[in-house]
Design a protein around this ligand. Structure first.
Ligand code: ZN
Length: 218
């Protein structure tokens, strides 16, 4: 009882939060500019100081985007966009798949923190996608179940172009995997409605592991 009262109060509080100051197009431009600064080596390293940390701890967060990214240690999300505390609501999972927990996290970002933009961010040389291409059934633990989530993207890439092999198949599968996670995200009625009414934008992107450059998908 007490928990449910607390929870309903929490939901009311979150629902009352104002929409983000930026449109989704402005948020996308903001991320593009951050990646450009990162690539040019003129990173501002903004808002990672103790003052910013304390402000976000006491005043809360108003992130500019919700980002679903891979767990790979070589793709830290804030760094690539030149962002700091409270700037991005990041969900990281191997192969940037979107299942229940990931979807709920993205919903929290978009519907309660009012991030105007959702980004599904894959990356080149993704080990999870590579493993799915080569089968992955002999992997340990629950990893074969993860492969089951990614394999349809590999099949979709092959179906679109049966001639694809090697690196070409890999990058096509990585793109399909991003598009598949976007499709899964859109299964949320709240997100679907927000996207259709243009309050929220949802875009896919691929990060080049070697250069750090973000390529935005059309
Ligand atoms: Zn990966």
């Amino acid at each position: 009882m007490r928990f449910s009262i607390l929870l309903s109060g929490f939901v009311l509080l979150m629902s009352a939060m104002p929409a983000h100051a930026l449109t989704w197009e402005q948020a996308l431009e903001n991320l593009k500019q951050g990646n450009e600064r990162y690539l040019q080596g003129i990173t501002k390293y903004p808002r990672i100081d103790p003052i910013r940390r304390l402000r976000t701890a006491t005043e809360g967060q108003t992130p500019v985007a919700s980002v679903l990214s891979c767990a790979d240690a070589r793709v830290p999300v804030e760094t690539a966009f030149d962002k700091g505390f409270g700037d991005l609501f990041v969900v990281r999972v191997a192969g940037n798949v979107c299942e229940m927990a990931e979807l709920a996290s993205i919903e929290y970002g978009a519907l309660y923190l009012h991030t105007p933009l959702i980004v599904v961010l894959g990356h080149t040389q993704c080990g999870a996608v590579k493993a799915a291409i080569s089968g992955g059934q002999d992997l340990k633990g629950t990893l074969p179940l993860l492969m089951d989530e990614i394999r349809p993207a590999v099949e979709a890439a092959k179906a679109k172009n049966t001639a694809l092999t090697g690196d070409e198949l890999e990058i096509a599968a990585i793109e399909e995997n991003v598009r598949r996670s976007i499709a899964h995200t859109m299964k949320s009625p709240g997100i679907k409605s927000a996207v259709e009414s243009k309050k929220v934008g949802i875009v896919g992107a691929i990060r080049d592991l070697k250069t750090g450059k973000i390529r935005w998908l059309k």
